[in-house]
Design a protein around this ligand. Structure first.
Ligand code: 13P
Ligand code: SF4
Length: 365
């Protein structure tokens, strides 16, 4: 794993009033002009995302990072793997900054490169030449580089089906990490692969807990990883909202379990969820199974519709929440003084292979 050093934000930023903060951020943005672009993921809080030049899901933001070659600084309001991907895709000389280095993703941390190498070696001892790897973008740069080296690709929740189809045009079996649920949902609902042709590799068990026969029979080997935010949604909540609000449509993120996606009316990336709810007629009702900041924003944007969170317990991504307006201001004011803090930079060796896997994704979709 790449090591990053987090600089401490000075106390003076932490005592600023909201109005002062917003005014200073706006002023700094204006002074930095075209040298700066701020990218914001849909799970960011309102106080932060209001300053984003572009917002999007992981796919849209990756594309923006690869196409926006003008700005010297890309400030990424999102989590670590997103900023790392932006750094890999950005033009040489562009500087990517994550306002809080500790804004990680617990799912991405569930697959370590050493575990992946061990798994790959074991699988190839059984089915050499028959397997292709693909990684969810929610993973480290080393894991993306592994996929690039082995002829595989990256995917996001919005293009997983296309990447899986591409993978099966190159190999008989697919090893997918780190999200077991996105993998199963994509394979079953978009590629019609039966559940008994999928196995789960548990990295903490000897040989992933799988026998030779299970691997020989499987078409998909899913990594045992998950998103703790999306695991909070369940079928009982869907039954309950349908009873309370007859006619309500349930839309969830594909990081939810297979059973939740099966009981919902539809599933898709954050960008897809926004489009579906925004394009629906006034008077419609929606229960949304994803991170609470996006759900609350959807409710605000759609006053003529009922938009509620599928869970009554607030489903917050704590690491996305680490990006605050105070940190954004601190980053920008440092840039004005010619100082870069919290830079995200992948080593050149990892970069070339991980770029290969990300570029494959961009060329497939
Ligand atoms: P999207 O690419 O759908 O925005 O998802 C990112 C993510 O981390 C969901 O938990
Ligand atoms: Fe990671 Fe889940 Fe947060 Fe998305 S919502 S960044 S998958 S922890």
């Amino acid at each position: 794993m790449m090591e990053y050093y987090q600089e401490n934000i000075p106390d003076e930023y932490l005592i600023l009033k909201e109005g002062q903060l917003y005014e200073r951020i706006a002023r700094a943005r204006e002074k930095l002009g075209k040298s700066l672009v701020i990218l914001g993921h849909h799970y960011q809080r309102d106080e932060v995302i209001q300053f984003a030049d572009y917002t999007g899901d992981s796919y849209k933001l990756s594309r923006l990072a690869s196409e926006n070659t003008e700005a010297k600084y890309i400030v990424f309001c999102g989590v670590h793997f997103m900023a790392e991907s932006a750094n890999i895709l950005a033009a040489g000389g562009q500087i990517v900054i994550l306002p809080d280095i500790e804004a990680g993703c617990s799912m991405a941390d569930m697959a370590h490169i050493d575990q992946v190498n061990e798994c790959w070696e074991y699988l190839n001892g059984i089915a050499a030449g028959k397997i292709i790897p693909a990684t969810y973008i929610n993973s480290s740069a080393e894991i993306k580089a592994f996929c690039g080296k082995q002829g595989g690709a990256v995917c996001t929740s919005s293009n997983a089906a296309a990447v899986f189809k591409w993978a099966f045009s190159h190999a008989e079996k697919l090893l997918f990490f780190p999200d077991e649920h996105l993998g199963r949902n994509t394979a079953y609902y978009h590629l019609n692969i039966p559940l008994d042709e999928m196995v789960v590799w548990d990295p903490v068990k000897v040989n992933g807990g799988l026998s030779r026969e299970e691997i020989e029979h499987a078409r998909i080997i899913l990594w045992k990883g998950f998103c703790s935010v999306h695991m909070q949604f369940n079928e009982q909540q869907i039954k309950s909202v349908r009873q309370t609000y007859p006619g309500i449509r349930v839309i969830v993120h594909p990081e939810c379990t297979f059973e939740v996606v099966q009981s919902a009316d539809e599933s898709g990336s954050t960008e897809h969820i926004i489009k579906q709810v925004s394009n629906a007629l006034d008077g419609t009702k929606w229960a949304v199974g994803t991170e609470i900041h996006l759900v609350n924003r959807l409710a605000k944007w759609n006053p003529g519709k009922l938009v509620i969170c599928l869970s009554r317990i607030s489903c917050l991504c704590a690491t996305m929440f680490r990006i605050s307006p105070e940190r954004l201001l601190w980053i920008l004011e440092n840039l004005l003084q010619g100082k870069v803090v919290n830079r995200i930079e992948v080593s050149s060796e990892v970069r070339s292979y991980s770029k290969r896997a990300l570029d494959r994704m961009l060329s497939i979709t």
